[in-house]
Structures are given as C-alpha cells and as structure tokens.
Ligand binder design. Structure first.
Ligand code: IMP
Length: 210
C-alpha cells in the first residue's frame, strides 16, 4: 500500500524508542523511514504552549532542515483535577534524571493535596498530537486520546513514563500491567496514528494535504 506520493519520511525525534515505534507502525506503507538523529538534524527547543505547537515545532524543523516530509509526536498526561497538568511538561516532571517514580508520586501528591481520593476525582487522559510537515511549509495535525483514572500505588513494569498509574476506562489493570500489544491497540498514540492513516488513505494523489 502506498500512503503518500513521497517515498521518504523523517521521524522528527531523537528518542530511539519513539522512532522504532513509528518505523514499526509505518512498515506496511512502503516508506523509507529515517530519524532526525540519524540525519544529524538539530533538536529544536519545545517552546510551545500546547501539544499541537510543540509537535509542529518538531515536524517543521525536521522538514525544513532535511527537505523531507517529517512526522512528529508530542504527548503527555493531562490530569483533570490538576487543570491538565503535567500536560506538555510530562517529561519534565520526571526531573533531570528522568525518574518517573518521582513524576508519578508528584501527580499523586498533587491529587491528594486537593483531596482527590475517589476514582471520579482522579480522571486523566493521555494525549498524543502527531503532525506531518512538508518541506514547502504545509502541515497536518492529528490528535489522539485515551481516557482513564490515576491509580495509586503504581502497578506493573511494562511500558514507560506514567503507565503504571494510568488505568484506561473499561480496564481493571494499568497500562504498566498490560501486554504491550494490548496497550498499543487502545493508546493515544494508536488513536492519533489511526486518524492520520484514515485521512491519508481516504485522500487522493496529493497525499492528504489541505
Ligand atoms: P515528549 O517526548 O516531549 O512528547 O514527552 C512525552 C512524555 O509524556 C513522556 O516522557 C512521558 O512522560 C509521557 N507519556 C507520553 N506517552 C506516554 C505513554 O504512552 N505512557 C506513559 N507516559 C507517556
């Protein structure tokens, strides 16, 4: 299946895990996938105020410096009772050591400080914004979401980041306890990716640009 008229795509990330995940997801579509790190592209500062802005900063930067179609992902955890925090700062809440036991505890402490002990007061969503940027400046954005509850204490050793404290609606185990395939079938990233595929494959020969 041919997804786009372009044959080469750069994943605008220096995170090897993300790049691997996208290479897997894109494998059926006959695209030659390279990463921003492999091409030695600069890593732009994520100075945006939203997931969309940060995703576009990354995809536009890679498209401009590589001359290729670029795909970027910006994602995070938004906790309702914390007014959407940690949100775009999800990675930063883990501190310089990228310690997510610290970040998860911060989320739970903040919820407890607000008296949020019951499930209904601990609503949260993982959000993923994918963006495609073409070298000519055109862009497209796709947002994915999975809703659930913050549980405490953390459970499970699968996944990464906040997975051990996130229980998706309709499930009684956390993302950290789920088989990775099960998580990938319902995750925010899968949701955004499916929206992107649906859009691109139902479009015609200009590859879905508007
Ligand atoms: P980004 O690389 O700037 O988009 O930061 C994403 C951050 O959000 C990660 O470091 C994680 O803390 C969090 N995050 C995003 N997606 C997930 C997920 O699927 N599970 C757990 N944490 C996630």
């Amino acid at each position: 299946m041919k997804l786009l008229p372009e044959s080469k795509l750069v994943v605008a990330s220096h995170n090897a895990g993300k790049v691997r995940e996208f290479a897997d997801l894109l494998r059926p579509f006959k695209l030659d996938v390279v990463s921003a790190a492999e091409l030695g592209l600069p890593e732009p500062d994520e100075t945006g105020a939203t997931f969309v802005e940060n995703s576009l900063i990354k995809s536009r930067s890679s498209a401009k410096t590589s001359g290729l179609l670029a795909l970027a992902d910006d994602s995070g955890l938004a906790v309702e009772a914390l007014d959407g925090e940690p949100g775009i700062y999800s990675a930063r809440w883990a501190g310089p050591d990228k310690d997510f036991t610290v970040a998860m505890k911060k989320v739970n402490d903040a919820l407890q400080a607000r008296g949020a002990v019951e499930d209904k007061d601990r609503r949260a969503a993982f959000i993923c914004v994918l963006s495609l940027a073409w070298p000519d400046g055109q862009t497209q954005v796709f947002e994915g979401k999975v809703e659930g509850t913050i549980v405490w204490p953390p459970h499970g050793t699968h996944g990464f980041g906040y997975d051990p404290v996130f229980q998706a609606d309709g499930h009684d185990i956390t993302f950290g306890e789920m088989d990775p395939q099960e998580k990938h079938a319902i995750s925010h990233r899968a949701d955004a990716f499916n929206k992107m595929l649906e859009h691109l494959t139902t479009r015609n020969d200009d590859g879905g640009r508007q």
